[in-house]
Design a protein around this ligand. Structure first.
Ligand SMILES: *[C@@H]1O[C@H](CO)[C@@H](O)[C@H](O)[C@H]1NC(C)=O
Ligand SMILES: *[C@@H]1O[C@H](CO)[C@@H](O)[C@H](O)[C@H]1NC(C)=O
Ligand SMILES: *[C@@H]1O[C@H](CO)[C@@H](O)[C@H](O)[C@H]1NC(C)=O
Ligand SMILES: *[C@@H]1O[C@H](CO)[C@@H](O)[C@H](O)[C@H]1NC(C)=O
Ligand SMILES: *[C@@H]1O[C@H](CO)[C@@H](O)[C@H](O)[C@H]1NC(C)=O
Length: 192
């Protein structure tokens, strides 16, 4: 009898979770992506892996996913906060963090990682927070819109940024996100 009840309970949980996932899949926005607001990118990811990566990453707000190569990008903006960067793009899928149930990341659903961290699940319902990115560069005069298509703010990535037109550029344009979560650059933008 107890076993039968457990079975029924398991079935209800499975059906319930499946329904929640189906609901998330129904909200996928086909033929769109968010451009140049990338934290990090991943290959050989399913759309579910991609959504999970976003749910684990505190700063992530949305993902862009390319089905052809199972390629996932996590974004630090969404289509409301960066509407000019929401593009029509055949073969891509856009999805927002809020559309996914936080419970799919198990112990990380209760994590409190900082804005520049992501959560890794550990056995026994535990988790740990690790650095995810170097933050959004905020130096005076640096034009974030000049970021390249494949550049991101994640650990180990780099960006090449220009100064705004009315600033004078001194130093190289390269920003490298080091493993300690700090940008390294010698770019200085000086007001004319
Ligand atoms: C991705 O998967 C393909 C095919 O299975 C494999 O050849 C490739 O090495 C994988 N790439 C990475 C970075 O894991
Ligand atoms: C998009 O980002 C904004 C700003 O962080 C946030 O308030 C909003 O809930 C996010 N999602 C949607 C669907 O707008
Ligand atoms: C997260 O919560 C734990 C336990 O409540 C606490 O020890 C830790 O300092 C918190 N971390 C952050 C980044 O707030
Ligand atoms: C910032 O960069 C973008 C892309 O390169 C460029 O179109 C824009 O004119 C720049 N803005 C300023 C104020 O320099
Ligand atoms: C660029 O910056 C360096 C270090 O701050 C300084 O010594 C140099 O004079 C600057 N060059 C120009 C052209 O402003």
């Amino acid at each position: 009898m107890a076993r039968k009840q457990t079975l029924v309970l398991v079935m209800i949980v499975v059906i319930y979770c499946h329904a929640r996932l189906q609901d998330s899949y129904s909200k996928l926005q086909y033929g769109h992506r968010l451009d140049r607001k990338m934290i990090d990118s991943f290959v050989n990811f399913s759309i579910l892996d991609c959504a999970e990566e976003c749910l684990r990453t505190t700063r992530c707000k949305s993902v862009s996913y390319y089905k052809g190569t199972n390629y996932c990008e996590t974004n630090y903006e969404n289509k409301s906060s960066a509407s000019d960067r929401f593009l029509e793009s055949p073969g891509w899928i856009y999805s927002e963090k809020e559309d996914w149930d936080i419970d799919i990341v198990s112990s990380c659903s209760a994590s409190n990682c900082s804005i520049n961290e992501k959560c890794k699940s550990l056995p026994m319902g535990k988790f740990k927070c690790v650095l995810s990115d170097c933050g959004i560069p905020s130096q005076l005069g640096v034009n974030l819109s000049s970021v390249g298509r494949w550049e991101g703010i994640g650990i180990g990535r780099h960006m090449e940024l220009e100064c705004f037109q009315n600033y004078k550029q001194n130093g190289s344009r390269v920003f490298r996100c080091q493993t300690n979560g700090q940008w390294i650059t010698d770019l200085i933008c000086e007001k004319h």
